[in-house]
Design a protein around this ligand. Structure first.
Ligand SMILES: N[C@@H](CCC(=O)N[C@@H](CS)C(=O)NCC(=O)O)C(=O)O
Length: 371
């Protein structure tokens, strides 16, 4: 087999949130790939060595390029394997897919982490899964300590557990209603929105001990969607809804995102931008992963949450898609989102812009500020 015939290597883990986002895309697009277990050794010798980051998943291409960050990986896959597509070209479905990506990556981490780590049963199974994956019990337990230790920073606190669970129940009920009418979020074919939702739903909510029971009891259609996402039907010829439409059952989902997730995400973005306005000399070029804490709220419960630079980078994908719309398309998007609560995020005008350089976030205005 020549170098170019050799498969893409997907360094991932069954129990990893973000691996669950990319795996369905690789399968759906029929990418020739091999999944490589992210053992402690692979983490050291491949992932850290190539990216300088301890994040999974990564993809190593047949040309020996490294793709890191699930959003960049999905963009690269879309460019290299355009058919079948995952990112809609039409305005409303494109903006909707990018909104789901932010919601799934940045907000659903709350229920995903809560249900994995908040109970002895959940935590015991997750620790066992981590050890099985890693092959190095001690380092896997250190990693488990770090992950379970991040709950406070994420906002998974004794006072937020009830509202996180209430959000999850509402989400499951609305997804069940949606999947009763439509096989995927945007119609008869998967999209970026579905892939992103598989992040929290596969490794955490479906495979973990406590939410796994909840999903199987309360959300059978959503469970079937998870199975279909992971085993895409090669004979399927479905498409997204015609005329850039959204299903009527998408509306209650957007209202849920707009009511609960959008205010929390905006609190984080605003706090990061305030920090970035007056950032210290040491961070003129590159922000730290967390720049401090801010106050936010969920269903009337106020709590502190860490401020995360990455959320701005991710949201910029949505802001750029919105900025690229012509007047007619913008009016169509505004009409569809009116009254859902999502408009506040879609309308947000960031003062800062981050890009990637060697897998690190850097400010685009860095030179201007230091000049
Ligand atoms: N934004 C990254 C997030 C990747 C990520 O957080 N991966 C988790 C596993 S699902 C991880 O490796 N976490 C290690 C850590 O947080 O230190 C992406 O989309 O790829």
């Amino acid at each position: 087999m020549s170098q170019l015939d050799s498969p893409f290597l997907f360094y991932a883990a069954e129990i990893s949130y973000f691996s669950g986002k990319v795996r369905p895309a690789l399968r759906y697009k029929r990418v020739p790939y091999a999944e490589v277990l992210c053992t402690a050794q692979a983490m050291r010798e491949v992932i850290l060595a190539r990216t300088g980051l301890a994040f999974i998943p990564i993809v190593v291409t047949p040309e020996n390029e490294t793709w890191q960050d699930t959003s960049d990986i999905l963009d690269a896959l879309e460019a290299r394997f355009p058919a079948p597509p995952l990112l809609p070209e039409t305005p409303l479905q494109r903006v909707t897919a990018l909104l789901w990506e932010i919601y799934a990556d940045e907000f659903l981490i709350l229920p995903a982490m809560h249900y994995r780590w908040s109970t002895p049963e959940g935590s015991t199974k997750a620790r066992g899964d981590f050890a099985a994956n890693s092959g190095d019990v001690r380092s896997s337990q250190n990693f488990a300590d770090r992950m379970s230790g991040s709950l406070r920073a994420l906002g998974v606190l004794p006072e937020t557990l009830a509202v996180i669970e209430a959000h999850t129940f509402d989400l499951l009920d609305r997804l069940e209603a949606h999947f009763a009418q439509t096989p995927f979020l945007l119609g008869d074919a998967p999209s970026l929105a579905d892939c992103a939702l598989m992040g929290p739903f596969y490794a955490h909510l479906f495979l973990d001990a406590v939410p796994g029971r909840l999903l199987r009891e309360r959300a059978p259609r959503t469970c079937h969607w998870i199975m279909r996402m992971n085993s895409p039907d090669p004979s399927a010829r479905g498409t997204w809804l015609a005329d850039d439409a959204l299903a009527p059952t998408m509306r209650p989902l957007l209202e849920l995102i707009g009511r609960d997730a959008v205010p929390l995400l905006l609190d984080g973005l605003r706090d990061f931008e305030t920090w970035a306005d007056g950032r210290p000399e040491a961070h003129q070029v590159s922000p730290p992963r967390a720049s401090g804490f801010h106050r936010t709220s969920l269903r009337g419960v106020e709590f502190p949450r860490y401020t995360n630079a990455y959320a701005l980078w991710l949201a910029t994908r949505l802001f750029d898609a919105v900025a690229a719309l012509d007047t007619t398309a913008r009016a169509q998007v505004d009409t569809a989102f009116a009254g859902t609560g999502c408009a506040a995020l879609i309308d947000y005008q960031p003062r800062h812009r981050l890009r990637k350089q060697n897998f690190q976030l850097v400010f685009e205005d860095a030179r201007a500020k230091t000049a």
